[in-house]
Design a protein around this ligand. Sequence first.
Ligand code: ADP
Length: 879
Amino acid sequence: MPEPTTDPLPPATSPPLTPMMARYQEVKAQNPGALLLFRMGDFYELFYEDAQTAAKVLGLTLTSRDKGSPNPTAMAGFPYHALNGYLQKLVRAGYRAAICEQVEDPKQAKGLVKREVTQVVTPGTLTDDALLDPRESNFLACVAPGKEVCGLAWLELSTGRFWVMDVALANVADELARIRPAECLLPEDSRQHPVQLAMSTLAPSVLCERPAWCFSRENCRQRVLEQLGVLTLEGFDLDGDSIGITAAGALLEYVRQTQKSELSHITRIEPYRRGQTLLIDEATRRSLELTHTLRGGQREGSLLAVLDETVSPMGARLLAEWLSNPLTDAAAINRRLDAVQELVHDGGLRQALRDLLKDAYDVPRLTARIATGRASPRDLVFLARTLAILPRLKAKLAGRRASRLSDLEGRIELCAEVRTEIEAAIVDEPPLLITDGGVIRDGYHASLDEYRDLAKGGKAWIAKYQAEEIQRTGIPNLKVGFNRVFGYYLECTAAQADKVPADYIRKQTLKNQERFITPALKEYEDKVLRAEGQATSLEQELFLALRTRVAQYSPRLRENAEILAEIDVLAGLAELAVQQGYCRPEIIAEPALDIHEGRHPVLDRLMPRGHFVPNDIQLGEQVGRVQIITGPNMAGKSTYIRQAALLTILTQMGSFVPATSARVGLADRVFARVGASDELGKGQSTFMVEMTETARILNAATARSVVILDEIGRGTSTYDGISLAWAVTEFLHDAIGCRTLFATHYHELTQLTGSLKHAANWNVAVREQNDAVVFLHKIVPGAADKSYGIHVAQLAGVPSDVLERAKIILKTLETDHVDETGKTRIPTRVVRKREKQLALFGPVENHPVLDELRQMNVDTMSPDAALRELQRMRQLVGQ
Ligand code: ADP
């Protein structure tokens, strides 16, 4: 989080605070660490340092409140209707904002208007659609540090989904990388705790320290029980004494403090079990760019962006969840694949489902707003429109072969009565706010209709009354007007005032006009105004009652939301498979990988169609568990090994894969040690990072894991590097026995296959054409015979002199690279000058052009003349 603003109390020399500023100080002190947006009339104002911060972050003009005083108070503000836009900017910049509203009508206030903080908006507790990305989940996480095991809880407040787990200290970073919280709470007394290492993988603005008392075990347990309305957590398959529950309780406490509203949509807590998902550690997740790119952290360019053919926001969020949590249970994966397959084959069904889903609104978020009493009239109408889709969706899914599809069909609850009620009560296009009126349909409630008629009729009566009075008085310009001070009145020009009848009561004399009231006018005015007021409050009452009734359906609505999201994901994966020519992977029992014409899903999509060169991948007991892939840089080695990891992940999330056929033995973990790391900023050398990640793999991989390694040992001297790579490969082959793809440009490693039974050499095919090299990107059996590094250097534009010299050195090294004393033998150098450039600045020191240049008075020359001179001089030097 950016530095919390600490507002010093005004200097002692200042005049005493006004009551309002005293209240400001009080509220500010109750909300440390948040910018205070203080409502004053139609504006939100910020003071002191908050004002300075807001001026910087929001681009507001900094002014001062008491300009005359020696210590004016800094102040900045914006109109109330611009709140959402400014909140968005503040939250994106990592700030928290406490919104302090006027909680009573200023007209009715005796003395100072009462002001209270109604919500603290923080990055992890956003619920407003305007502040949220519809296609991304927004998680608040909480870590309760323990000795060896930590508690971890995470919540999506905008939908009410809530998870908890106990996790080994060493795995906290991996779990946080999976969750990607927008905000992560931890106790302030944990600064020395080893869990801080895991925290350092999160951006500092995400972290939020909480007082240690919020993490008291017993209080936390009680808070969780209270929230879920239960006496024990056994029903949720949770151990109430686990440290995860401490994290869950501390998280709920924070949400309660910041939201100051009902959290009735949080009714479930789900235990998260690591064993049921494919484990992907933090480094692997990052370097495979599953949901966000390595550089820039964008969704665009990630695997997720390429896979996403969903048509609804909830579908997009669920797809990200599936990709972040691939499964390990073959039956569960096959159920997903069966469903995708049926939707691939039945194009009509797929299209029909996707067309229906396009009209669905974000039901999980809508439902949460309904449950927490924040839903607008529009939200209810959107819910009804989405419910209207369900009967057609259910009918389309009826009788499907894939069990997952028929399960979903069976679980859909039409909630027809909710839809009928909403449709009967609310107009088709209601205003955003209930206070705007005109929300409830005519004919829904007899008294409301009566009030409305009266209000409308009363106005008609006034028009009629005006006409009658003109007749009665003979004053043609007599008219009925209205003002806030004395309501309806009759008005005529001063010149006509002596014509008014005796029952007119004079109310006001203006320069040219006289204003009167009459008992009849007042009587009708009363009726009209009362009827309008009654209509407004009855309308609100009816709306709130309806919303409360709908809220009782929350669990069923939430279930429907999950079904809609899942149908969208399955149909989206099927659409992707059809569009991109993916095939269904076959899940096999043995730990093998057998892929024909596989493609890297992201590169394949980014390149023009048909340009990506497909490759086979064969790993297993028979064909070799360990593949050593040699070939020049830029040939496509890391693309190939990443492809193997990505296709495994795609399979285990239940997706088809970019290949013509694929047989995949399920993995328990995928490890990737690939690509340049961007950890240098954290003070670790590239080599140190590389070795730390390698150590983790060697310690954690099992025989069912898939490991991809790219250029291990590159960050140290050649011999060190080769030796380490050699030993790592042996260890993975002998001690672990996992599927391993090892890309390297060290030729020496190809000799490993001589001693390792299950290792095989592969290389990237290269075609040489008249001294030029073409990378074919095709992986073929056998070891590479050359490294082509010099060719790559040539492609990169390294000067030809350097390339020639490198070729000579290479030849010597390849034939006879140490002398009698053991020193590397480097052929003697023929020193050559950089001829072209020396031609101007070496032998031509006394060239006449130089004299001319020295004598030229540039200050007095026109640009034209200078240009002509320049051209002439160029001719003189032969250019
Ligand atoms: P290496 O790891 O051997 O240095 P990369 O895998 O990084 O090489 O690939 C370098 C570039 O070659 C990629 O960015 C991509 O543009 C291209 N490339 C790699 N594999 C393929 C392929 N199978 N088909 C087409 N282009 C490829």
